[in-house]
Design a protein. Structure first.
Length: 392
């Protein structure tokens, strides 16, 4: 079979007569090959890599010994295929060349068709080797990324058996485990419950890393006993030091529920208010006090919004990936009011009254949002559903 694409070929041969013969053989058998000839290894190294597809190499060069030519050319031109020419009695050297990185070897004196076929196969073999190597590297890279990302996802530190936490997480990046959204929950020795959800602007690995930094900062400062306003101020400072672009910002929602679970404060930094269900129905938390997102100007203070629960309750904290999906093909977004209506239909109030596994509710919620959107959501999405029974 003749080659149907132009091939850039380097012939490294110190014998001028042999070089002329190879040129003539290829001119007849594979006229689409563009042959460049050099007589020494040093000249070959000066030309490479140079966009060449294949190197045909005579092992008996005056400026190299043994497998040195194979090793040196493989080092300077790792992408190119390598075919070694040997004498009739040097088959063992050809096999040794394959172990050193060559794709094929031939004894001098073969006809043009066999030489052209060996070159074509060597090129294809080298391309296959590179593809397999890239696939292996991609799998190893993905495995390491997955291991790292799993280690960055939090384990809630909540002891209270009256509290049930259900989380949902969907990164916007394909094949990623961790996006720019983040969440966490801790219970302090005094019984207060602290829950965080946040969203770093953007969707790439840098945003995911920044989100992990902010989450760890929040947990550390909260466990150290700092007040919520002090924690938010510390996170603001952390973001400014860790962000890789000056316009990166993050929105936050922090819930601080009292030890008896009868009331809470909700702190918002440019973030949508959570949805509450208790004996008074399903509704969005009233949020008169909203601070700017982290990364903007420092607010005068980080004030919370007081929430008083009527009976047992359930509260859904979420990032805006849940409500910014479009409705059909138009430009209209889902929005906060539709989200409340969907949670009413899906009986969030029953989770508040009866407890139980809230995972199916979150799954159904995302499925309905994607149905309205007409496909998978492309933004990062995080949800934390907190269900609590008040102390008797």
């Amino acid at each position: 079979m003749s080659m149907t694409f132009p091939v850039q070929l380097l012939l490294v041969e110190d014998d001028v007569a042999d070089a002329v013969l190879v040129r003539e053989l290829l001119a007849d058998a594979a006229p689409q090959m563009d042959v460049v000839h050099v007589g020494t290894l040093r000249e070959a190294e000066e030309l490479l890599p140079g966009g060449l597809d294949c190197v045909v190499l005579d092992l008996g060069l005056p400026d190299a010994v043994g497998m040195e030519p194979v090793q040196r050319l493989r080092a300077v031109a790792p992408e190119a295929a390598l075919v070694v020419l040997t004498g009739h009695d040097d088959e063992h050297r050809g096999i040794e060349a394959l172990s050193s990185g060559a794709q094929d070897y031939l004894a001098k004196g073969v006809d043009g068709a066999m030489l052209a076929r060996a070159i074509r196969y060597a090129i294809e073999r080298r391309r296959l080797e590179r593809s397999q190597q890239e696939l292996l590297e991609a799998r190893l890279h993905a495995r390491e990324n997955a291991r790292l990302e799993r280690s960055l996802l939090p384990t809630a530190l909540v002891r209270d058996e009256r509290v049930a936490l259900t989380t949902g997480y969907r990164p916007g990046r394909r094949r990623a485990l961790l996006g720019g959204d983040f969440y966490d929950a801790v219970e302090l020795p005094d019984g207060t419950l602290h829950v965080l959800i946040g969203d770093v602007s953007g969707h790439g690995p840098d945003e995911a890393a920044l989100g992990a930094c902010l989450r760890i900062a929040w947990r550390s400062l909260t466990l150290a006993g700092h007040r919520p306003g002090e924690v938010l101020a510390g996170m603001q400072e952390m973001l400014r030091h860790e962000r890789h672009e000056p316009d990166m910002f993050a929105t936050l929602c922090v819930l601080v529920a009292s030890a008896d679970r009868s009331r809470a404060q909700v702190f918002l930094a440019g973030h949508p208010p959570p949805v509450l269900a208790d004996d008074a129905g399903v509704r969005q938390v009233d949020a008169e006090r909203v601070s700017p997102p982290l990364g903007f100007a420092d607010p005068d203070g980080w004030a919370g919004n007081e929430v008083v629960f009527t009976g047992d309750w359930a509260l859904l904290l979420y990032t805006d990936g849940l409500i910014e999906g479009r409705i059909g093909r138009g430009s209209e977004r889902l929005g906060e009011e539709r989200l409340v209506a969907m949670l009413e239909r899906q009986r969030l109030d029953e989770i508040a009254r009866n407890g139980g596994d809230a995972g199916p509710l979150l799954d159904e919620l995302v499925a309905e949002v994607e149905t309205l959107h007409g496909g998978e959501l492309t933004d990062d999405l995080a949800m934390v559903l907190v269900a609590a029974r008040r102390a008797a």
